[in-house]
Design a protein around this ligand. Structure first.
Ligand SMILES: Cc1cc2nc3c(=O)[nH]c(=O)nc-3n(C[C@H](O)[C@H](O)[C@H](O)COP(=O)(O)OP(=O)(O)OC[C@H]3O[C@@H](n4cnc5c(N)ncnc54)[C@H](O)[C@@H]3O)c2cc1C
Length: 803
């Protein structure tokens, strides 16, 4: 084993070997993979090897497409067969809702260039004769599905990497990791140590243990997973290989294995494995079978596919593999640990392993993953993702693997976990709660006598009329909204202003003022959007997206000078209330001694003040697009603030409002949000944030790339549409058609109650950005006419916020 390497990859499963191969491909040849036992000795060896392109996150779906195409390349380079069988796949729907879901999946796939086809039951049965037609309502066909040989794939990656100069060491366990002052690592193994500039944790089933070597508790849990192999089935003899099949209502998947079938299930009562620590002596082992547990799924399977019921079971496999709480991988650099990377929690290694390796290798070599990997970024989780939370969410996610996730659906596991001091008050107001980063917040309020429960649906829900009333309250009088779910950061120190001017693309506002700014990476892409509230010359209160707190802090800390600037994430230290609507000023003035008149405290003002007895930070700003104020207080004051505002609001017909109303109002103002409209694949001009990039100030990160983007004027543009929707609005990822071709995708959508129109935001090619007509948005399988709007649907001149 070498004594020094540019990078050491820990773990020789399908993920670690893919990372190793991609590092060599990206130009790092001095790389070493260390494997505890033989390659594939974790989850990899007993996987069913299934691969598919569909994923709820289109960016993850793109990386899955890449993975499947990669097999031909690594076979060619390594000479090792991956045992690729591209059989095509069929997804069977047993209900109308599922068929709607498949139509939506097909529509989403269009934008990604996927060739998916909706089939009738008869057409499906011709392709997959094992099915009993009477249980199904329709199907979707995907030509690019199949399965691979897990051993072959892993060894092909490793051999291809070795040909490029990488070293692979087997039967050697990494036992300790120690950081040196310069950020490099001493990697201690059972057989000596290696000095590495970078370390990658691709420990799979042991990723938690490897994380703990550096003080990290990764949100990962292994679940037991069972599949069975049948004896030969006479109906298959002499026929081409059967398609891959997912039977959603049966919650099973099938594929051919030699003369029989392989059938697996994600059962409702899934069982975790080794909840706290994975034993080091677990090798190429299997777990005892528990057919009892999956019996209900097997029964359904035998009924839906009768030939399987009579075939006899040849073998049962029960093996563990790991999941993150949302089922997507965890990849990227770890905040606070220099040159330490993770590539773990990969639950579909044969669909995702290639994409994970590609993105991580680019991140390590070029400083940027080269793709939008937000959905896989380890930084999407914060301190709330404890092992207990992870356990509850992973079990839920496993049991729902084949369930439909409706756009308005809130899941129950691990709730309530985090609450603000007014939680019980909102509950008493009949709030319907949602969960965001583990934090409960009101989605909408059911009027007295109406159950505080939302029907889950692709169409407008029972909340529609109540959300409409909340929007009306804001537009006509005043609404009271809790805004504690925003991310907050306090930046101070003698160098704070200078540092922010370099990290943010816009100039800092004057003291006592608020300014909006994009944050760009070196490639000039959007990696954040913030509200900067300047309290003092060198003291700024920054408001952004809470879910990205770790993502932002990782970036901030990377760019902090050694001294002179302090950045503190303080999301839940400050909780907030917002009042918005034409009567908001009068209401608030009755509680605040400072003059709130438009002349004294105009739009985009910010100051410390007291609201009644409560010390607060007050901003004249509102995401509703109306006259409004954001009031930030430390959490011990929130209850008093709430009581005060509620009491004063009685004289002004004030109504509590929730996140659904806020979303509707920001859509009719065409205001974008991080993770929907603003993502690291778009530049500020594409996202309509160009006016917040200030080239007249000094240098800032991403400046020259942003200047290029401004001059080029190409790419895509974020635009808003009024959609001729019926009873369902766009919710995100629906294709946008123009002149019969798919030209873009919706980022978010919903009903604009104040303008009484269905609104969708989305990106289209810039050359089409001047057109108004000939657009359509495909909603649940139907193309709806869409008119591009030149300006926000509500108050296009923005007068109400400024009045
Ligand atoms: C029954 C079953 C069926 C499955 N079916 C499919 C399927 O059809 N399609 C699909 O895509 N996925 C499937 N999977 C999931 C798939 O197996 C995983 O996504 C994949 O194997 C994860 O690979 P990995 O490299 O991250 O982890 P692992 O395979 O667990 O590899 C981690 C490696 O790291 C090594 N290691 C850990 N710690 C150390 C250390 N300290 N020092 C040195 N080495 C160390 C281990 O020995 C191990 O070899 C299935 C899994 C199971 C259990």
């Amino acid at each position: 084993m070498k004594k020094h390497a540019q990078a050491v990859v820990i773990g020789g499963g399908v993920v670690g070997t893919s990372v190793l191969y991609h590092l060599t491909k990206a130009g790092w040849k001095d790389v070493l993979l260390i494997e505890r036992a033989e390659l594939t000795s974790g989850s990899t060896w007993h996987a069913a090897g299934g691969m598919h392109t569909i994923n709820g996150d289109p960016n993850v779906a793109k990386l899955q497409q890449y993975t499947i195409k990669l097999y031909e390349e690594i076979e060619r380079i390594s000479g090792q067969s991956c045992g690729v069988h591209v059989t095509g796949g069929i997804m069977l729907a047993g209900t109308q809702e599922r068929l709607d879901w498949l139509k939506m999946a097909q529509a989403r796939g269009r934008y990604l260039g996927m060739d998916l086809e909706i089939l009738s039951v008869d057409e499906a049965a011709k392709l997959f004769p094992l099915m009993d037609k009477k249980h199904f309502t329709g199907a979707m066909y995907d030509p690019i599905e199949g399965h691979v040989d897990p051993y072959g794939v892993t060894h092909a990656y490793a051999k291809a990497a070795a040909i490029a100069g990488a070293e692979v060491v087997r039967r050697t366990r990494v036992t300790e990791l120690k950081a040196r002052a310069d950020g490099s690592w001493d990697v201690t193994t059972e057989h000596g140590s290696v000095h590495a500039e970078h370390v990658v944790n691709a420990g799979g089933l042991w990723a938690r243990e490897v994380g703990r070597m550096v003080g990290l508790e990764l949100p990962i849990l292994a679940m037991q997973h069972q599949y069975l192999l049948t004896e030969d089935i006479p109906q298959l003899a002499g026929r081409p290989e059967q398609l891959h099949c997912i039977d959603f209502e049966g919650e099973i998947y099938l594929r051919q294995e030699r003369g029989g079938m392989l059938m697996g299930t994600y059962e409702r009562a899934g069982v975790p494995w080794s909840e706290h620590t994975t034993p080091w002596d677990f090798g190429q082992d299997l777990l005892p079978n528990d057919l009892e547990r999956i019996a209900p799924s097997l029964e359904v399977g035998f009924e839906h596919f009768p030939a399987l019921g009579t075939a006899g079971i040849r073998k049962v496999i029960n093996g563990p593999f790991t999941f993150a709480p949302d089922g997507n991988p965890l990849i990227g650099p770890i905040r606070g640990l220099k040159n330490f990377w993770v590539a773990c929690g990969v639950m579909a290694g044969f669909s995702q392993g290639g994409g994970v390796g590609l993105a991580l290798a680019h991140w390590m070599v070029d400083g940027d993953p080269g793709a939008d990997v937000w959905g896989m970024d380890v930084a999407r989780y914060g301190a709330w993702a404890t092992l207990g939370y992870t356990n509850a969410k992973v079990r839920e996610n496993y049991s729902r693997r084949f369930s439909i996730r409706f756009p308005n659906e809130e899941l129950d596991a691990a709730r309530p976990l985090r609450t603000t001091p007014i939680y019980d008050r909102l509950s008493a107001e009949n709030a319907v709660f949602g969960e965001y980063c583990g934090l409960e917040h009101a989605l909408w309020f059911a009027p007295p006598g109406v159950a505080a429960k939302e029907s889950i649906t692709f169409r407008r829900s029972n909340a529609h009329e109540y959300v409409a009333a909340e929007c009306r309250a804001v537009r006509d009088a005043v609404g009271l909204l809790e805004i504690s779910t925003y991310g907050k950061f306090e930046i101070d120190g003698p160098g704070a202003a200078e540092w922010l001017a370099r990290v943010m693309a816009n100039h800092l506002p004057a003291v006592g003022r608020v300014g909006l700014t994009p944050m760009l990476n070196e490639r000039g892409k959007l990696i954040g959007d913030f509200t900067m509230c300047r309290l003092e010359q060198n003291h700024v209160f920054l408001i952004g997206t809470y879910a990205a707190e770790n993502y932002y802090m990782r970036w901030f800390e990377r760019h902090l000078p050694a001294t002179g600037v302090s950045v503190r994430a303080c999301a839940t230290e400050y909780v907030g209330m917002s009042v918005a609507g034409p009567r908001a000023r009068t209401l608030l003035q009755s509680l605040v001694r400072d003059d709130l008149s438009n002349a004294a405290f105009p739009f985009l003002s910010f100051r410390r003040t007291d609201v009644g007895m409560v010390p607060a930070l007050l901003g004249r700003i509102s995401f509703t697009g109306d006259l409004g104020y954001e009031i930030w207080v430390s959490s011990d004051y929130q209850r008093a603030l709430y009581e005060l505002l509620t009491a004063a609001g009685r004289a002004h017909a004030m109504k509590p409002i929730g996140a659904r109303a806020l979303n509707a109002m920001r859509l009719e103002k065409s205001f974008g949000t991080w993770t929907r409209e603003y993502r690291p694949i778009y530049g500020p001009y594409e996202a309509g944030l160009g006016r917040f990039v200030d080239f007249t100030k000094g240098d800032f990160i991403g400046r020259s790339a942003a200047a290029d983007e401004k001059d080029r004027r190409g790419g895509v543009r974020l635009v808003a549409f009024a959609v001729a929707a019926a009873d369902a609005d766009a919710s995100g990822d629906e294709p946008i058609w123009h002149d019969g071709k798919v030209v873009g995708a919706v980022t978010s959508g919903g009903y604009g109650h104040s303008v009484q129109a269905s609104i969708a935001l989305g990106y289209i090619p810039s050359e089409l950005a001047a057109a108004h007509d000939a657009f359509e948005v495909e909603i649940i399988g139907t193309r709806r006419a869409a008119r591009r709007l030149d300006a926000a649907a509500f108050d296009p001149k923005g007068l109400r916020m400024r009045t």
